[in-house]
Every structure is written in C-alpha cells, then in structure tokens.
Design a protein around this ligand. Structure first.
Ligand SMILES: Cc1cc2nc3c(=O)[nH]c(=O)nc-3n(C[C@H](O)[C@H](O)[C@H](O)COP(=O)(O)OP(=O)(O)OC[C@H]3O[C@@H](n4cnc5c(N)ncnc54)[C@H](O)[C@@H]3O)c2cc1C
Length: 353
C-alpha cells in the first residue's frame, strides 16, 4: 500500500501553504480534500493583509506581523513555481473607524499623511478620525490557484472528493486517515480543514463556521478608489484589473452558504454611501464563504494530544494573511524543530483537547 510521510487534510490556503513547506523539508506529502481544492473560505476571502495593531488581537500580533513581512516573497515564489500571476497590491489602507479617544492618541503614528480629499477623492466621508495603514492586499483566488499549481509542480499528491472522517491511531500514534472510501497510511497527519476541522475525530476542535457575504463590482472607468478602505460596516478592496470587492458580513448561520439578495443589497448600499461613484457600478458576482472561527477568535496551531497528529486551523478573518507564517511555524513543529514563534497561545490544549 502506498504511504506518505504526511497527510494534510484540507486544500485551503492553510493546507496548501503547509503542504508546500513540508515538501520543501523533504517530506512526501498527500493533500486530502473533500471537494475541489481551494474552493471554500480561501476562495471567498477579500485578501486584506491586515496586521494593524488597532484591529489585531494582541496574542496574534507577532504571527500577523511575521506573515505580513513574508508576503512579497511568498507570492513571488508561488508565481515562479506555478506560472500564475497574483495581484498583490501595496497601496495601503484607509481605516474609517469610531476610535476611542485613548486609542486615537496611541495610534497617532497612523494619521493620514495628507488630506483625505486628496488621498482618496472618491470618498464621500472626509473623516478626521481616518487612519492610514501601510498594508497590502492580494487576490486570494489567484493565490490559491497558484498554490495548487505549485504543489502539483513539486509532486505533492492530491486526493479529492473524499471526506476525511478521522485520523487513524495505532499504539497511541497517528498512522493515517480514514475517509469515506479508504484508509490512507502516513507517519503524520495535520488537520487543516478550516470551519469543518471539528468534525474530524478523534480530536473535536471547537471550530465553527462564521459566514460572510461578499460582492464584486466593475469599477467605473476612472479608478473610483485606489486604496483599500475599511469602515465598521463595509470594506472596499480594489483590484488591479478594475474590479472592486465589497465585503463583508460576519454571521452565525451554521453551514448555510446561501447568498441572500437583501444582504448583498445592504452591503452595496453601504459601499455607495461611502463612495457615491459606485452607484452605477455593475455587479459582477455575489458569494458567501465560511470563516473558521474559534471560541477565542485565535487559531489552533501545533501538536495535539495524539503523537503524530497536528492541527492548523481557526484562522477566522485572517487566514490569507496568516498562511505563510502558519506554514513556516507548523513546518518547524512537524519536523521537530523549535518554532520561531511561541505557539502556546494557539495550543489545541487550551480547549482541553
Ligand atoms: C467573506 C470572507 C472574507 C475574508 N476576508 C479575509 C481577508 O480579507 N483577509 C484574510 O486574511 N482572511 C480573510 N478571510 C478569512 C480566510 O478566508 C480564512 O481564514 C482562510 O481562508 C482559512 O483557510 P483554511 O485553509 O483554513 O480554510 P478553507 O479555505 O475553508 O479550507 C479548508 C478546506 O478543508 C476542506 N475540508 C473540510 N473538511 C474536510 C474533510 N473532512 N476532509 C477533507 N477535506 C476537508 C474544505 O473543503 C476546504 O477546501 C475571509 C473569509 C471570508 C469567508
């Protein structure tokens, strides 16, 4: 029977980035995906690479900043290995938020460098509380497509259309996975199943789906907005090809992925309220996705109580940003090296499993 050094469960951006990292460490890797690779949260995401301290949970800051710094190289390598062009933009983000006075003083260094009307003339709101953050954004679908192509190019195996039901354990150690159709042997298994990670035995990680609605419009001919713009109600992410992604709701709706027209309309109205030039923008696409949420909003990363069984999930709203650093540190953990970032805040054990 064919066997692998490591099985990665789930071909979202987290599983794909980790599969590539393990392959670089010389491991023979199989990715097992229940559907089509890269078609769940990683396909639905906006792609903001947000490591802004005003919006990042403090325990996540180090991982977020490390990942943001790795991004340009991560993208360059994926482009080289896949031949897929990835739209990575670094024009910066304007944040329009209702800041507490204390926080506003602490974030003074993020003040907008020039009048907002000059920086982004298309905005209706000319808010004195605006902040400017030097963060990038990426097209997550291109990123994921490139990661899949790079993985295939490197000889990583894929098994698609088969749900992993459980990690197989023998003598207290993981020895593969059981799917609906087969048992597959491997020396190590890592659960990267996103919002579904909690459905795979024997460890029932407390992940839950957090739904987000999104839409994409064609920007009118003149680039109505150049920067990413974030408010508490809506965000706008311009792409280099003239599309603009508008998102996103944060909903507790279980695994229901239906796209509701009234929710899309609400997002669209909020976007037009912010940028009147979008009023006639043609809607190109609407969709939803399921973020992998956890009880404390932090990812679950590292070894589990079963030897040879690992987990990398729960990246909630930041999985696109966190993919390169997650892959790096999980690669270190799985090859018995000391991770360069302390993962104790993210341990599976914090939930008692
Ligand atoms: C609307 C929306 C907007 C977002 N915007 C951003 C953003 O701007 N920036 C950012 O950084 N992040 C953003 N995110 C979050 C980001 O998309 C996620 O954190 C990230 O994609 C999680 O990646 P993943 O690989 O863990 O999960 P997924 O991409 O969901 O991949 C998990 C994979 O596991 C597979 N799977 C599940 N169960 C099994 C099983 N039993 N057997 C085999 N395979 C299985 C699934 O089919 C899926 O392919 C957004 C998410 C959404 C929904």
């Amino acid at each position: 029977m064919k066997s692998w050094d490591a099985i990665v469960v789930g071909a979202g951006i987290i599983g794909l980035a980790l599969a590539l990292e393990l392959n670089k460490q010389g491991l023979k890797v199989l990715v097992v995906e229940k559907g089509e690779p890269g078609r769940e949260a990683s396909w639905a995401a906006g792609g903001m690479l947000c490591d802004f301290p005003g919006e990042t949970q403090p325990p996540l800051q180090e991982l977020a900043t490390a990942s943001a710094r790795m991004y340009a190289e991560f993208v360059r390598e994926l482009e080289d290995e896949s031949g897929v062009k990835i739209d990575l933009r670094s024009v910066g983000t304007i944040i329009l938020s209702r800041l507490e006075p204390g926080l506003k003083a602490a974030l003074r260094r993020y003040a907008v460098p020039q009048p907002l009307a000059e920086l982004e003339p298309g905005l209706r709101v000319q808010d004195s509380n605006a902040l400017f953050v030097d963060e990038g954004c990426v097209d997550p679908r291109q990123l994921t497509a490139a990661a899949i192509a790079a993985a295939r190019h490197r000889g990583i195996d894929f098994s698609c259309g088969d749900d992993v039901l459980a990690v197989e354990v023998a003598d207290g150690k993981a020895c593969g996975v059981r799917t609906g159709k087969a048992q597959i042997a491997a020396g190590m298994v890592v659960n990267c199943a996103g919002a579904w990670a909690g459905q795979i035995g024997p460890h029932r990680f407390p992940t839950r789906p957090v739904k987000g609605h999104m839409l994409c419009v064609a920007m009118p001919e003149n680039e109505v907005v150049r920067h990413v713009v974030r408010t508490p109600d809506v965000y706008l992410i311009p792409r280099s090809d003239g599309r603009m992604v508008i998102g996103a709701t944060v909903e507790e709706a279980g695994f229901d992925k239906r796209t509701l027209p009234e929710t899309i309309q609400k997002l669209r109205r909020a976007a037009v309220g912010l940028v009147p030039g979008l009023a006639d923008a043609r809607v190109l696409e609407t969709w939803t996705g399921l973020r992998p949420g956890t009880p404390d909003g932090l990812p679950i990363l590292g070894a589990t109580a079963t030897r040879g069984s690992f987990v990398a999930t729960g990246h909630f709203r930041d999985g696109i940003l966190l993919a390169p650093a997650t892959a790096r540190v999980m690669g270190q953990v799985m090859t018995a090296k000391k991770p360069q970032i302390d993962l104790s805040n993210f341990s599976a054990g914090r939930f008692g499993d």
